[in-house]
Design a binder for this molecule. Structure first.
Ligand code: G4P
Length: 522
């Protein structure tokens, strides 16, 4: 037993993954309403008028109506503390999303009932799987024409190779959608009523009264089939990422959301152990540890600040404590750690494993940094992906080359872009996964550093981190063409190839070198 068992067991840290338009924003808003974290519906979403919302941190986001930033929302409900990590919807910012998924213990997968599994959902589930993140499924928009529920379950099973257990069943669909039927408890919930109403099986008169005759007949038949054919819910399989419990609802019409939040409280995992280089860290250990998975600049346009988002992995973070930044060995004071709510931030007096705290800083902290109470350990697994778009940055005023270098370094530390410095001293190369990242870079360099820049194509189209166990081999490889070898932010070697063929050619010729497209930070 540890004094931290209780606060740890109360916490649920999760993200919502979905294809754009499936209803993630609407669901987020409804979940926050449960927690009383926001007063009025429409404050999180308000896509048409984002001027008053927290996600309106950047002009570019306003212009394009997409969420560039990742935000964290904490709320309490039913005796649990929920930390919901929001992720950008646009795939050009997928690196940000992948990094965020390293900081959660569970994911809610939102599907559009009319569409089933879409491309981006598939990709995000793959990332969850790499980290064994358990997934709860919420099939949304059941108030509209949707696919047959059995076909939807089949789609999840086949496309994602994931077992499903329907926990509820939709009562009616489209216009007749009235609520959810709890398959194991034989109870119904209409329009997110606080409590379920027990019924005598699917043929209960109260259900019959809700539906047109044909819909009622279909419902009874489906529930019988589902009860007979569905796999039982085995929590261990869910926790290991093999099985997903499925809920049906309509976020817009407040249906099924209560089922979902109750499920997260009841069986989503509390903060899990985290793997570090030297050992595995348990959530209820006494000493504080955590890692930075995101840096956000300019959250508040009135205060040009930079916030590092840290997931606490163990112990208790208390305001004013000193923590060791393992990368540099230096101590930093946590004087004003912050918590985030939908609309506000507040000073965090204490935080526990699973909590996300914002640490204001002026460039001391980077993505992937580990903070501890003294122990030299480094958490693994905040990944960096080989960018697919490589550009040189040209600054209009040549006198500002040094300023550009500094600015690019900061942008790289924040994870906005990756920056590669060629061995031969030529202009740095920036790499991004999606082209919108370039737009963000251009806008921020202009707004924050007064640098007017343009991008130029390079002859390179592929890059890979290069490692080897044989000393001197990387230098030998680099000597052939020093303009094609670079160092990343951490000083690691990166090879730039003009095409996948030339990469393959070099891989064959240099078997003692390992070329990789994913790198864990640090
Ligand atoms: P996203 O964050 O995943 O991109 O989705 P978002 O919540 O913004 O929802 C996308 C659209 O789907 C929104 O419509 C939203 O109102 C609608 N929606 C979300 N949940 C439901 C639901 O349960 N039922 C129905 N019928 N619609 C839902 P919008 O952006 O306002 O566009 P429009 O469809 O009103 O034109």
């Amino acid at each position: 037993m540890s004094a931290l068992d209780t606060p740890v067991s109360k916490r649920r840290t999760f993200a919502i993954i979905s294809h754009p338009d499936a209803g993630k924003t609407t669901l987020t808003e409804k979940l926050l309403l449960f927690g009383g974290a926001i007063q009025l519906a429409g404050q999180v979403k308000a896509k048409r008028d984002r001027r008053n919302t927290r996600s309106d941190w950047m002009g570019i986001e306003r212009e394009r109506g997409i969420s560039v930033v990742t935000s964290v929302m904490t709320f309490e409900y039913g005796g649990h503390v929920f930390n919901l990590l929001d992720t950008p919807g646009h795939e050009d910012f997928s690196e940000d999303t992948y990094r965020t998924l390293t900081a959660v213990d569970a994911a809610v997968m939102v599907l559009d009932g009319a569409k089933g599994i879409e491309a981006r959902t598939l990709k995000l589930v793959e990332v969850c799987r790499l980290r064994d993140i358990p997934i709860v499924t919420f099939i949304n928009k059941m108030d509209r024409d949707s696919m047959d529920p059995f076909d939807l379950l089949d789609d999840i099973e086949k496309t994602l190779a994931l077992d499903t257990t329907p926990m509820t069943w939709p009562i009616g669909r489209g216009k007749s959608f009235a609520g959810s039927y709890d398959l194991s408890r034989s109870a119904i919930r209409l329009r997110d009523a606080e409590d379920q109403t027990p019924v005598n099986g699917p043929e209960d008169g109260r259900i019959q009264a809700l539906l047109p005759p044909q819909d009622y007949e279909n419902f009874v038949g489906e529930v019988e089939l589902a009860a007979g054919a569905a796999k039982p819910f085995v929590r261990q399989s869910f926790l290991e990422g093999h099985l997903t419990p499925v809920y049906w609802g309509s976020a817009l019409r407040d249906m099924g959301v209560k089922d979902l939040i109750d499920a997260l409280g009841a069986f989503a995992p509390s903060p899990r152990e985290q793997k570090a280089d030297s050992r595995t860290v348990e959530a209820n250990e006494e000493r504080m540890t955590g890692f930075v998975f995101k840096i956000q600049a300019n959250m508040d346009p009135n205060h040009r600040d930079r916030i590092a988002f840290m997931r606490v992995c163990s112990g208790k973070l208390t305001r004013g404590m000193k923590a060791k930044l393992v990368r540099t060995g230096k101590a930093i004071g946590l004087h004003t750690p912050q918590f985030f709510f939908a609309q506000d931030r507040s000073i965090a007096d204490e935080a526990f494993a699973g909590d996300i705290v914002g640490i204001p800083n002026h460039g001391t902290l980077r993505i992937g940094d580990t903070l501890t109470e003294g122990e030299d350990l480094v958490f693994r697994g905040v990944p960096s992906f080989a960018p697919e778009i490589l550009r040189r940055v040209r600054v209009a005023d040549a006198m500002k080359a040094k300023k550009l270098k500094e600015a690019l370094q900061q942008m790289a530390e924040e994870g906005v872009v990756q920056v590669f410095q060629p061995f031969d001293g030529s202009q740095p190369i920036v790499g991004v996964v999606g082209s919108l990242q370039l737009d963000v870079l251009k806008e921020r360099l202009d707004a924050e550093y007064g640098l007017e820049i343009s991008f130029e194509t390079t002859r390179f189209s592929v890059c890979r981190w290069v490692t080897t166990t044989e000393p001197g081999k990387i230098d030998e490889f680099a000597r052939r063409d020093s303009s094609a070898m670079c160092r990343d932010l951490d000083g690691d070697a990166v090879y730039m190839a003009t095409s996948p063929y030339s990469l393959k050619y070099e891989e064959d010729r240099w078997p003692m070198l390992k070329f990789t497209d994913v790198k864990d930070y640090q």
